[in-house]
Ligand binder design. Sequence first.
Ligand code: EPZ
Length: 423
Amino acid sequence: MDSILVIGNGLLYGQIPIAGAKNACLALMPATLLSDEPLTLTNAPRLSDIRTMTTLLQSLGAEVTALADGKVLALSSHAIDNHRADYDIVRKMRASILVLGPMLAREGHAVVSLPGGCAIGARPVDLHLRALEAMGAELDLRDGYVHAKAPAGGLKGGTIDFPIVSVGATENALMAATLARGTTVIKNAAREPEIVDLAQCLRRMGAQIDGDGTSEITVEGVDRLGGATHPVVTDRIELGTYMLAPAIAGGEVELLGGRIDLVGAFCEKLDAAGISVEETEAGLKVSRKNDRVQAVDVTTEPFPGFPTDLQAQMMALLCTAKGTSVLEEKIFENRFMHAPELMRMGARIDVQGGTASVSGVERLKGAPVMATDLRASVSLILAGLAAEGETLVNRVYHLDRGYERVEEKLSACGARIERIRVS
Ligand code: EPZ
């Protein structure tokens, strides 16, 4: 398991290219199962999660080829010869559940392992299942798998009213509805940019979808979908993560490909903290207005609210803010595992259930820390950029799931950061 060593090294200057969105790509790739024609995804990120999804789709009989050094994915599902998504793959990556809806819609049956929980929470999939049942699916849960069957004539359009907003359940329902007979209405749908990106790709394949990006999506089922070529949308979480590098360390960094519409609520909080964000021809330029940022309160919400996937990274910034910040995590039940690790670096954080109060200190001190999940890992790296001395982040396999070559991107802006290969 590799570790990453970060040495606080002063101001950062330079440019960081932002890749395609992991969470968009993990929904776009299963869309290939809806059609027997080729689907080509460009601007794809090169991440271990993408490789895991590739392995899963190949296990079902799909062809997935990485071209252009992994930035282009050529997918084709003209011969699905296995309808079972095995636990050994699904347990590694929860997004595997996204093969259920498309496989059921096109093939009429599917057996998909329940994903199980993960570090940040129980992460049930009951809403995914409820959505498919609303389209006529018969679901039988046994031996840790969902055994799903569509009615004889295939899935039929229905009304799905989600009691809470779920990104993944919206994506499963959206993909299944494209081939269901009749009209499907998805109420209280997720509004994330990744949903809009998936809908745009499905429309390119011939789907009839309206309302994506709002909380009510309407889909008119069609008999079949064709192929398409689609660019994966910019990764707003990678963007927000790297915007925090100059915010924490000082200096000025331009995020290439950054779009302000993807990070609206996040930028409002950066502005309140005293961080300047300027739109440029090439993306977003970020710098810190003063020596220390101001404390701000943050509550995570579904898009367009403050994203839960940037909560850990924002906490790293607020550890050295002037004043006390209160962070409320309203999406997942256990997403403060970075707090004890930041406290090893001298942060003053009081966690009570879903609320963390952070009393800013002048400067953190480097220490050996442990990554527990993807976003917690990168928040520890961000904290190390401005800490006094060395910070050794262990278990960085979490990091490689969602960040391409993080040490290269940050060292190109002057950070002292290197990967240490541990046996
Ligand atoms: C997606 O996960 C993202 N993953 C997550 O990013 C992100 O944190 C999350 O959306 C929220 O934005 C991918 O897109 C691959 P949800 P997802 O369904 O779809 C509960 C990262 O770091 N829920 O919107 O699994 C659930 O427990 C990852 O990149 C149910 O109760 O999230 C959570 O409390 C982490 N039943 C809330 O809804 C269900 O059937 C929101 O989850 C589904 C979800």
